[in-house]
Each structure stands twice: as C-alpha cells, then as structure tokens.
Ligand binder design. Structure first.
Ligand code: ATP
Ligand code: MG
Length: 464
C-alpha cells in the first residue's frame, strides 16, 4: 500500500508562528516536523525524504534559500514552499527559479498556505499519473513495430513477454518476411540490454571468408586486405544483443567457433591469439528447417541445441489473416509519415473490395510482401483518397477468384448446396457486369453464357 500521508518539514525561527502553522497543518492530516534553523533542517533532510518543505527565507545561520537548494538537490521531487518576510520577495523569486514550488508572504492566512499546498499536491498526483500512463504506454509499446492482435500473435507476445527479459539464447524460425528481424529487435528492446547495441549480421549475405572476420574481427595482416585491426560484430554487441540471421548457412568451421562463443563466451580475432571475453545475448534466425539440416549432417547438433534454448516460431501471414487489416493500417500510417513537404501524402483508406482481396491472397512473401503491396498501392492511387482493388498487383487482384475456388471445400458443419452455389453465381454475375461496365452481352461472353440466359439469371437474382 502506498503511504498517502504527507510528511512535511516546517522551518521557522519564530516559535509562536511555527507552532500555529504546525497545529493547523496537523489538523489537516499533514505529518509535521518542526525545526528552527537551516542547519537543523538540513540534518533532518539528510535522513528522511519529506514530501514537502516549508521554510522561512530569513533564518539565523544558513538561510532559507540554501535549505531549499539542499532539499532539491537531494530530492528533485520535493515540494518546497518559501515564506517571505518584508524585503525578501526578490529572494523568493530566485528560489522559484531554482526549483521551489511557490511562496507565501508574511503575514498570511493559513488558508492561503493550504491552497498552495493543495495545488502542489494535485500537480504531483497528475505528474505521477502521467508517469504511470507513460509506463503503461511503454508497456504496450514494448514490442513496438511488431503488429498483430490475433490469436497467433497474442500467443507470441505472451511468449516474448516472458523470454525477452531473461537473456536466454533464442532461435526464431519463420518463412521469409514473417518479421524475424523485427521480433529480434523487439526482444532486445524488451530486455535490460536495450541500453546497449543490437547488432545484426546476416550470415548468408557475406562470403564465407569475410564472414569470419566480420563476426570476430581481425588484426592487421590476418589476410590479404586486412590493413588494420578491426572489431567484429561480436565485440560491438558487447552487453547487447547479436542477431545472427540465416544461421543455417554457416560453414562447419564457423559453426564450431560460434559454439565456443555460446559455451565459453570467448573468442579470438582472426589472426590473433589473444582471447577476448564477451557478454552477448545471441538471437539467431533461420527460414530453413534446422532439424532437417542437423539430420542431413550440415548443421552441428550441439550448436542447434545451444541456439534453440528458446524456440520462437513466427506464423506465416496466410495463417493470421485476421491481422491483415491492422497491418494495412500500420503500413498506411508508415507511408503517410514517410512523405514530406507539400507532397506529403495523406493517410489513405482502403476500399473493402481491395481489403477482401488482400485478405484472400496467400502471401508467399508474408508481411514484407504486404508492405511492398501497400507502398505500391499508395503510389498507384495518387490523387485519390482511397486505394481500390485496381491499385493492387495483379496476382493480388485475382486473389478473390482464387479464394472462391479454395472455398469449395466442404465446411465442417456442411452447406446448403443450392444457396452456396447461388451465392457464387450471384457474385460472378455481378463481377462480370462490373468488369464490362454493365454491358450484358460482353458479361454473358465472359461467363460462357448466351445473353438471354444471363438476362434470365439476372431476373432471378433480383427476385432473391
Ligand atoms: N508483425 C509485424 N508488424 C509490423 N511489421 C512487420 C511485422 N512483421 C514483419 N514486418 C515488416 O516486414 C518486413 C520484413 O520483416 P523482417 O525483415 O523482420 O522479416 P524476416 O522474417 O527477417 O525476413 P527474411 O527471412 O526474408 O530475412 C519489415 O519491413 C518489417 O518491418
Ligand atoms: Mg531477416
């Protein structure tokens, strides 16, 4: 339970006045300590964190300004109120400039002082509430950049919540574009290592010979072209996180060296015999099936187990279609923000028709492909506030038709065949008419029907 009692230190050399104020404040529920000199005040402050200090400015010995300074230096959150007598208003203003909350001038009514106290306490409450809200927002943003709200992602967030702070080695698997790197960054951000670096190294993007030097660094002359000493990514990530992307492509020799890093937390730069100790959290990622590579003998089993301490599997986008609208909003925001100047694009909307196609598509390139599709659609819909199906890449525009074909699996609960087929018929007729601008002859051709048959069907459809 937080202590809501307000502890107040009252510094005043005139005893009768001090007694009177103390009594009134105690009656209002303040826990009051009284002292009559600046020295005594500083002694009290040294052992106890008061919420509030009220001090006369003119005191024998150390004056009130110095008391306020001492209090604020130690407790930036303390409320300091100064009491001024004749001729010290200027000093009071100085005290406020240095951080005192407010001042009251002698002689004052107790209500005046109480009012100042009330408003100070209210401000403090708001401030801590804001801090609380901010903390909550930070909490929500802990996995910032990782968008998703459906079941699969909620489960993932739960897992991240528990494993991120641990510092354990993590292996992230998932198809290309599922967000392995964004998740790795989010894990880093969710750990105490966030104050240090997140260093990414893509093992498949660099030729084998250079990869070793890139990872471990090298000394001058270690190989042709090694002109100076150089730190590797491992050293750069000291106290932080090293993200090893596409670990499945590492050579046997490098796998062995990585294993040593994970086991002993030490390594040598290429061409050097001096051993370097590092404190690094490794997050590895792969879009290949490492267990298969282990079975085939191209990936060390011991390394696999060292990396796979905590497996995190990212679902392909087609298995979390419920997140597509959210991701679409996220990317629309992103591309609206990226524009600048008078050409800065407004945040666009997406027609429901386009959204249906986006949700029907199977997204082999996952979130990355969706991001690219939205970027393209934003460009193609220039001058319009809404993105329409026609702004999407062809294969996605055609997704709806493909999805219809895919829908012809028998649902668990069975179907009403007539109604089901009727629905598909209505849909296709409508589409054919849309595509031909309402021309029934051409629409009939598209559907492989005689014009008269289409007209009959239309009549029937209109009745239902
Ligand atoms: N859950 C997500 N929320 C928001 N953006 C995402 C999400 N997942 C992926 N992205 C975006 O998609 C793009 C691809 O993500 P990322 O690079 O992390 O994928 P990857 O799994 O590492 O792919 P690859 O295997 O091809 O390296 C990035 O631009 C990223 O910002
Ligand atoms: Mg990647």
């Amino acid at each position: 339970m937080p202590d809501s009692t307000k502890h107040l230190l009252l510094v005043e050399d005139e005893a009768p006045l001090r007694q009177a104020i103390a009594e009134q404040l105690s009656d209002r529920g303040y826990q009051v300590e009284q002292v009559d000199t600046g020295e005594a005040a500083l002694t009290k402050l040294a052992d106890f964190a008061f919420d509030i200090i009220i001090t006369d400015l003119r005191l024998p010995g150390i004056d009130g300004s110095a008391v306020v300074d001492g209090a604020l230096e130690r407790y930036p959150e303390i409320i300091a109120i100064v009491v001024t007598g004749y001729g010290t208003v200027k000093d009071a203003v100085e005290a406020i400039k240095r951080g005192a909350w407010d001042f009251v001038s002698k002689p004052f009514q107790i209500d005046e002082l109480l009012h100042v106290l009330d408003s100070a306490i209210e401000q403090l409450r708001l401030k801590s509430e804001n801090a609380y809200l901010r903390a909550q927002l930070e909490q929500r943003d802990r996995f910032e950049g990782v968008v998703g709200r459906g079941q699969a992602m909620s489960r993932l967030f739960q897992l991240l919540e528990t494993v991120a702070p641990t510092g354990s080695t993590i292996l992230i698997t998932g198809e290309t574009g599922t967000g392995k790197e964004v998740v790795a960054r989010a894990i880093h951000q969710g750990s105490s290592r966030r104050l240090h670096r997140f260093v990414a190294l893509n093992c498949s993007a660099i030729p084998e010979t250079l990869l070793e030097a890139e990872m471990f660094g090298h000394v001058r002359g270690a190989f042709t072209g090694a002109v100076g000493n150089r730190q590797g990514r491992l050293e750069q990530a000291h106290k932080g996180t090293l993200f090893l992307d596409e670990v499945g492509t590492m050579s046997a020799a490098l796998q062995m060296k990585l294993l040593r890093v994970l086991q002993e937390r030490e390594f040598e730069r290429v061409g050097d015999s001096h051993t370097i100790k590092v404190d690094v959290r490794v997050i590895a990622a792969t879009n290949s099936d490492l267990t298969r590579l282990v079975a085939e003998g191209s990936f060390r089993e011991d390394l696999f187990y060292r990396l796979n301490v905590i497996p995190v599997q990212l679902p392909p986008l087609r298995e979390r279609k419920e997140d597509i609208p959210l991701l679409v909003q996220h990317f629309l925001d992103k591309f609206a923000k990226e524009g600048s100047g008078p050409m800065r694009p407004e945040r666009k909307s997406v027609s429901q028709d386009a959204m249906r196609r986006l949700m029907a598509y199977h997204w082999p390139g996952n979130v990355r492909q969706l991001e690219n599709a939205i970027e393209r659609a934003v460009a193609f819909s220039a001058g319009r506030a809404q993105i329409d199906a026609g702004d999407l890449p062809d294969e996605i525009q055609q997704a709806q038709e493909a999805a219809l074909a895919a829908a012809v699996t028998l649902p668990e609960g069975g179907v009403d065949l007539g109604e089901f087929i009727g629905g598909i018929e209505r849909d296709l007729v409508q589409r054919a008419l849309e595509r031909t601008g309402g021309n029934k002859g051409q629409a009939a051709k598209l559907l492989g029907l005689k014009r008269t048959t289409l007209v009959e069907k239309l009549k029937r459809i209109e009745k239902t």
